[in-house]
Design a protein around this ligand. Structure first.
Ligand code: SF4
Ligand code: SF4
Length: 298
């Protein structure tokens, strides 16, 4: 089994479009959508949910008005500004528990609260693991770990060749969680200054994990100069440039129809993505040692 994590330094780079296309082009796979804050891979895969679980991210404070003497201590010292007029805002409460310890009248309950759901689903003959975090809730790193744990439990029983992970954007805790045990990372970017900046931050993070990484530049023809800068940066950093995808209106049309771009095999984007997928397969077929020596920057 080879685990491929598709990731980007920020949202809107075409990461999920690319992930869905790799999934469509491969056989014998299992998929985890770890972009739990803004999950959308399910829209393209159209899975059937078999099991739904409640995700408990942590505890929340709640003031009991019967016991509260309105001394104001909790409101003054909550550093997340989550308490106003002796009521805790559950979205703003980070569950640190400080107010509970502080309250002289033992008037604050501190109980576990649901932060979202995670699902075990099926599309075609493949398993799909995904989740939905309640808007405003934290703990997305913990939920990503839970999604991966469920996926890996199934993988132990099923002999899958590919394990695709649609990673969250950014470089925070959920990204760290999505990278665990990865065999290969596909970093998707776009040819803008912020695209390059986000890629640099992302690569610094991936280097800590020492995972072989390839770069894909999406909509490369929108700024050829920036595309060349990103390519130079990637090569200098010892990364593989897997390919570049031009802007293709068919991508937008396919998304509007909730279809995967590979369902339009003659489109320029679909053709480029197919070439990129072939490159990834070839790279991962190389003997691990020589591949690692060649691609990891030390
Ligand atoms: S610290 Fe306790 S008693 Fe004081 S306002 Fe807060 S909940 Fe009420
Ligand atoms: S648990 Fe922490 S964040 Fe939540 S209300 Fe109390 S002090 Fe504020």
């Amino acid at each position: 089994m080879k685990q491929v994590v598709i990731i980007s330094g920020k949202g809107g780079t075409g990461k999920t479009t690319l992930t869905a296309a790799f999934i469509a082009l491969s056989e014998n796979k299992l998929v985890a959508d770890c972009d739990v804050d803004a999950a959308d891979l399910h829209i393209l895969l159209n899975p059937v949910i078999h099991q739904s679980h409640v995700f408990i991210g942590g505890k929340k404070a709640k003031i009991d008005p019967q016991r509260c003497t309105e001394c104001g201590l909790c409101e003054t010292y909550c550093r997340f500004d989550a308490i106003h007029n002796f009521v805790v805002d559950p979205i703003a409460c980070e569950g640190c528990g400080f107010c509970v310890r502080l309250c002289p009248d033992d008037a604050i309950d501190f109980k576990v609260a649901p932060s979202g759901n995670y699902y075990e689903s099926v599309f075609g003959d493949s398993e799909f693991f995904h989740a939905k975090l309640i808007p405003g809730e934290g703990n997305s790193g913990k939920l990503v770990s839970q999604v991966k744990k469920q996926a890996e439990k199934t993988m132990r029983n099923n002999n899958r060749e590919w394990y695709f992970v649609d990673g969250p954007p950014g470089i925070g805790c959920p990204v760290n969680a999505s990278l665990t045990e990865a065999d290969f990372v596909v970093a998707v970017t776009e040819p803008t200054i912020s695209g390059l900046h986000d890629l640099e931050r992302l690569i610094k993070l991936i280097e800590r994990f020492k995972i072989p990484t390839g770069v894909v530049i999406n909509k490369h023809d929108l700024n050829q100069e920036m595309t060349q800068r990103i390519e130079r940066y990637a090569i200098k950093s010892g990364l593989t440039v897997l390919g570049t995808i031009p802007f293709d209106e068919q991508v937008v049309k396919s998304l509007l129809q909730k279809k995967i771009i590979t369902e339009f095999p003659d489109s320029i984007a679909a053709r480029e993505i197919k070439t990129i997928w072939t490159s990834i397969q070839l790279l991962l077929d190389e003997p691990k040692r020589s591949y690692t020596d060649k691609n990891i920057k030390n």
